[in-house]
Design a protein. Structure first.
Lengths: 136, 79
């Protein structure tokens, strides 16, 4: 069953990539330099430390919509890796085989995708949008 | 986070640290840095929470009947 699952994802990923490439749009790159904290507001003591709040306290409809939009904004190659690794639970090696990438490329893309999403969330909480939830 | 080299290196390796994919020596060095750098500890905490939050999102269900149609197509393809 695991083999069938991997094969299905490989076929699906191949179809997605082919369809995406046919649109002939240049892919946006994510650069770690743009995503690393720079003494940013998410590390400031003035901002509620949402990292210790249970997920169920953080989650609300507004945040769900925000998360969906953030994932949609990930450039396609990063989104594919993020989906396979963090949503579908494939290992680095499995993801590499499915997408025909090296394991190192999977790690790099996953890290940049996560850093991008972290920044999106940090901005969300720093802006006070989730302050009611994080304080509870 | 400061521009200190260890902070920068820590941020580059954060995912691999979380996923247990670092070799022992590198992991040790990063953990030692974490012990002395509150900014990197805060960074790790929000990074880990971000991953946790996204992992709790329920996956979008496939359309009704998709699985059955897929099985049928696979059987047909097998002849």
């Amino acid at each position: 069953e695991a083999k069938l699952r991997n094969w299905l994802y490989k076929v699906a990923a191949s179809v997605c990539l082919k369809k995406h490439r046919s649109r002939n749009r240049p892919e946006r790159e994510l650069f770690l330099e743009d995503l690393k904290p720079a003494g940013g507001p998410e590390t400031s003591p003035d901002i509620p430390d949402w990292s210790h709040s249970p997920v169920e306290n953080l989650m609300n409809d507004e945040l769900r919509a925000r998360l969906a939009r953030a994932v949609a904004r990930l450039p396609h190659p990063y989104r594919l890796v993020f989906n396979l690794r963090d949503f579908e639970g494939f290992s680095t090696e499995e993801t590499a085989r499915i997408l025909d990438l090296t394991p190192q490329a999977v790690k790099t893309r996953l890290h940049r995708a996560r850093a991008f999403l972290r920044k999106e969330l940090a901005d969300y909480y720093a802006g006070g949008a989730g302050a009611g939830e994080v304080g509870g | 986070m400061s521009e200190h080299g260890d902070c920068r290196r820590f941020f580059e390796l954060l995912s691999e640290l979380m996923d247990g994919e670092l070799d022992r020596a590198t992991g040790e060095r990063i953990r030692n840095h974490l012990g002395t750098c509150p900014e990197c500890r805060a960074c790790r905490a929000t990074f880990a929470k971000t991953v946790e939050i996204f992992r709790t999102l329920a996956p979008e269900p496939v359309p009704p009947g998709f699985i059955e149609r897929l099985k049928t197509r696979l059987k047909e393809a097998q002849g």
